[in-house]
Write a protein that binds this ligand. Structure first.
Ligand SMILES: [Zn+2]
Length: 151
């Protein structure tokens, strides 16, 4: 039997369930309303130390992207030794820009402004067989376009 773990605690809802679907966990400053991700106890805008948890939207649009063509320096990178290029990008959520992996490794199939949906992808497998997952964004349908198709 294998177990699955998130790459880090507090980055996204875990485990995602039907009543608590996958969302990134940010923080919202209770003084000025600034939303941060990853969650931060101190506000970078007003220096308040009061914040509350804020679940972020799971949909956004692709703001910019690039391809990670080499294995990032280790540490801190602790992914698999056999490195495969992947895409990384900034996804514009209603709340803020989030840097994330993209599920589509082929930059030819990505375009700025396309709709993206939050998902989980395999990150690495530990020596004890534990599968580690991290969050990523996958190309998604334009919700406005799919609404037009249904009367
Ligand atoms: Zn603030």
């Amino acid at each position: 039997m294998t177990t699955t773990q998130p790459v880090a605690e507090g980055l996204f809802t875990w485990p995602p369930t039907g009543s608590a679907p996958l969302r990134l966990i940010g923080s919202e400053c209770t003084a000025c309303g600034l939303v941060s991700f990853p969650a931060s106890p101190d506000c970078v805008r007003c220096a308040s130390t009061e914040s509350k948890e804020r679940l972020l939207s799971d949909r956004g649009t692709l703001w910019t992207y690039t391809t990670q063509n080499f294995r990032p320096p280790s540490p801190p990178y602790d992914g698999p030794r056999a490195f495969e290029p992947y895409s990384v990008g900034y996804v514009e959520l209603p709340e803020l820009l989030v840097e994330a992996r993209l599920t589509e490794p082929d930059p030819e199939k990505l375009r700025i402004g396309q709709h993206m949906l939050l998902t989980l992808v395999p990150y690495t497998v530990r020596d004890d067989g534990t599968e580690v997952v991290t969050f990523a964004f996958a190309p998604a349908e334009d919700p406005a376009e799919s609404e037009q198709e249904t009367p």
